[in-house]
Design a protein. Sequence first.
Length: 276
Amino acid sequence: MLTAVNERREAKNNSVARDPAVALLRTIDLTKSYITRSGDSLFALKATSLALEDGEFVSVVGPSGCGKSTLMMLIAGIIPRSEGEIIYRGHAVTRAQRGMGVVFQSPVLLPWSTVMENVLLPIRVLGGDRAAATARAEQLLSTVGLQGFEHKYPSELSGGMQQRVSIARSLIHDPGLLLMDEPFGALDALTRERMSLELQNIWLANRKTVFFITHSILEAVFLSDRVLVMSARPGCIIREFRIPFVRPRDFDLSTTKEFGAYVGEIRHLLGAKVDA
């Protein structure tokens, strides 16, 4: 178990960055509610405050239906907030942001387009410099281990390879923040483990700020600088864990007593017996 000193230091509700005033992104009392057919308010997310610092990897875990994906979509500007604020690089987020990249659980690739064309899709939509973007796309595909697959189609790739294409696409416009919503959730256990190692390598190469949603406690601890734990709906952040292990990490780390202490503490907090 974590030491009592660490527990006291980490137990502050919603106080999740060293200096929120200069954070890359912060939310302040962020709330999302829906009106039911009976006219009642149903809260999906309630008074959630957090901050993300430039270059860090932050994961979010919590019970199913607690609002993890809602939180990510609010940050991305995909859905409107009900109350509170979202500040990215000093500006309020009220719609989708060019400075953010998003990766969903499904790769959502265009089946009639090649790997290269899928990676370049944001550039085509945003009207960027295709020549410069093509060179960057080639570099990104090499980084995610897909050099030589530029002219393949999604149907010719495995699930893990398709997700790597999706990650490359999310980075093509050089976003400051990468939002990932359970990107490995549909993969088998071995592929998921390999993708965790791949993502770590991509993060080490690019040092983008990553906001990573997952059901896997082990995955969160392995990948992250910080793990944020959410309550059941209406979700809010109830605890932060700072993960001290040096990088690069390999899965031998998961067999250590120190690693197990973090996993066990988070699992106990969530009342879970095993990772989902």
